[in-house]
Ligand binder design. Structure first.
Ligand code: G6P
Length: 616
């Protein structure tokens, strides 16, 4: 939440910083601001409420010139959405500027101390406290680095902070406390970049270092010097991030979400690359450090995640229990960390996260570490905190950057990754013979083509459905077994981007409440592929019809019976039962997208949401 960008080098800093913020806007879009320094112009602060486009407009009228600077896109935590509360924030002298991603938990206490000392505040934010503290210590230290260190020593909470002082105009200093904000530093000859996330700086470099908790980095044109907050030097070799800058651009698509929906066939192919041996019937997960012996010792898996990733976690339970016969519990990460879980020696934690930064998911991983339990992370963002915290290794999605706030390709890739992990586990534990694994892999290899078919077939139907139902105030999504998490995901997609109230329910539970909502205006999306529970699902559809609900069914290609039961049918090709959700969810993504579009909603940046939730 909140995006930060900084730059030192020969380029026009405003261009680099604003360009970077554009790539990070999914992290918050309540307000945006930049601070750019030039020896002649001095420190130029420009801030605007609302989307980044407002700031860009402002910069058109009042340009900011210089070769060093920082910028911020805000997801409001403390203080309303106003220009005063937009970052960057200055100290009392106006010579120090600061941006922050995260929360200063003890800011009230620090603020009252600063007020007593005679400082005046311009905003209601917790970040301004950092600016004043740094400024305060600067007067004593006459150097930014020790001043920032002293200020950071007083903060509680998790944050990423970038600071600049006009008296040291060749450098930015960035620090990270806790897990609330990722910091990536990009290096190139004669210039250095800093950002919350990789896509912001991909246009300039792929050589990146990631800052760990309680580290501080001094950034100049010639590179970066990292140390711990207590001052011990840190040597870190940059990693090469293999993402293509084009992958982080919208291209010919109208929205990132649309682009990412269409990227799913490719992502489903990429996730298999180099990982499967169809002939031998084997799965190899290159970064998994747990060997067969370690995998055989696992008797219980705790899956933990948030949002869409949690829905993938529900699916992972089906997959792991069925293929590897290991008991699985699934928790919301935000609940897991506070329920005092008793994990045990034979446990493994499986974290699922697109960004690798979600603060609750990271806290759950830390809880596992504290109990001596290894963790594995299914994660998309290369080098992210979750990938580094996973002592059992990350399983990368290799889905490329996902920018649309509503997750699509990362979700289907998470399902595929969980399936691969379940197969790998089954292989190690002997619950699956090579011939069986071969069969599963064959089905996985066929998925990209089938996903492409689903997209093609769903597009015209979803456009018609949106035309017809976009004025609905509510919607119900029903599924059973493996398609129950998909009902949840379909409802989440619809509500988060179209603001239609939607609920996902296990179809069998419908009679215990939601049935009361059904009338002729309620679209009821029923996920009813031809699986073991198909007939039960048909009975549930009959119950909806009897109350005159509008049935939109997702069914298996060629299902003539379903066609007689539903008002609308979207067909998906058949595959193995636990892979079927990868296909059944795609029409629901397209449906949500079309509904939101038809209602004039901002699909990529739905109100109040942010893609990386780095605060509790
Ligand atoms: C936010 C996003 C969701 C995402 C969730 C978890 O709520 O809007 O799309 O599923 O965070 O994010 P993660 O990066 O951990 O998968």
């Amino acid at each position: 939440m909140c995006g930060i960008v900084g730059y030192v080098g020969p380029r026009a800093a405003t261009e680099v910083v604003v360009g970077g913020l554009q790539r990070l806007e999914y992290r918050g879009y309540d307000s945006a601001g930049i601070a750019i320094y030039d020896p002649e112009q001095g420190l130029q602060l420009r801030r605007s409420v609302g989307k980044l486009s407002n700031l860009v407009q402002r910069l058109g009228q009042q340009p900011a010139i210089g070769h060093v600077g920082m910028g911020h896109t805000r997801w409001a935590t403390h203080g309303n959405v106003t220009e005063e509360n937009a970052h960057p924030h200055r100290d009392a002298s106006g010579r120090v500027v600061v941006i922050q991603n995260g929360i200063v938990e003890n800011y009230l206490e620090l603020k009252s101390r600063l007020l007593e000392m005679g400082y005046h505040f311009q905003s209601q934010t917790d970040t301004e406290v950092i600016a004043h503290l740094v400024g305060h210590y600067y007067r004593e230290e006459q150097a930014l680095e020790p001043a920032l260190r002293r200020a950071l020593a007083e903060l509680r909470g998790g944050n990423a902070v970038v600071a600049f002082c006009v008296d040291e105009p060749e450098r930015l200093i960035v620090a990270r406390l806790g897990n609330a904000g990722g910091v990536v530093i990009g290096t190139a000859p004669g210039e250095t970049f800093v950002a919350s996330d990789v896509p912001a700086i991909l246009d300039y470099t792929r050589e990146m270092v990631f800052l760990e908790d309680r580290e501080l980095a001094v950034i100049t044109r010639t590179g970066v010097t990292i140390s711990t907050l207590s001052g011990a030097p840190v040597t870190r070799t940059p990693v090469n991030v293999p993402w293509d800058p084009v992958a982080a651009a919208k291209g010919d698509y109208k929205h990132f979400m649309q682009k990412e929906i269409h990227e799913q066939p490719r992502a489903l192919m990429d996730i298999l690359r180099g990982r499967i041996d169809q002939e031998a019937g084997q799965v190899q997960l290159e970064d998994l450090t747990l060997d067969d012996r370690a995998l055989r010792r696992v008797e219980r898996i705790y899956v933990t995640a948030c949002g869409t990733a949690w829905h993938a976690g529900l699916m992972a339970k089906f997959m792991i229990e069925s293929l590897a016969r290991v008991r699985v519990e699934v928790d919301y990460a935000s609940e897991f960390r506070y329920r005092g879980p008793i994990l045990g020696d034979d446990a493994l934690l499986l974290a699922i996260t697109q960004s690798g930064e979600t603060v609750d998911t990271l806290a759950a991983m830390e809880e596992a570490r504290a109990q001596g339990v290894p963790s594995v992370a299914i994660v998309n963002a290369i080098g992210s905190q979750a990938a580094r915290l996973a002592d059992g290794g990350p399983i990368y999605l290799h889905a490329g950057p996902e920018i649309g706030v509503a997750s699509t390709k990362a979700f289907t890739s998470m399902l595929a990754a969980a399936y691969l992990f379940a197969l790998r586990l089954g292989q190690a534990r002997g619950t699956l013979k090579p011939a069986q694994i071969r069969e599963h892999l064959q089905a996985m290899v066929e998925l990209p083509g089938k996903a492409a078919t689903v997209i093609e077939q769903s597009l015209p139907i979803c456009a018609e459905l949106a035309e017809r139902y976009h004025r609905a105030s509510d919607a119900l999504f029903l599924g059973r077994q493996a398609n129950y998490p998909i009902a949840l995901e379909g409802a989440l997609k619809l509500k988060e981007i179209s603001y239609i109230h939607a609920e996902g329910y296990p179809a069998g539970e419908m009679k215990h409440g939601p049935i009361a909502l059904i009338d002729e205006d309620l679209p009821v999306v029923c996920i009813a592929p031809r699986d073991a529970i198909y007939e039960k699902m048909i009975s549930n559809i009959e119950q909806v019809r009897a109350r005159h609900g509008q049935v939109i069914a997702i069914g298996t290609t060629g299902d003539t019976l379903l066609a007689t039961k539903a008002d609308h049918v979207i067909e998906v090709p058949a595959t193995l039962p636990l892979l079927q959700p990868i296909l059944t969810v795609i029409p629901l993504q397209i449906f949500a997208y079309d509904m939101a579009l038809r209602r004039g909603c901002d699909v990529d940046q739905p109100r109040n949401l942010a893609k990386s939730v780095t605060v509790e």
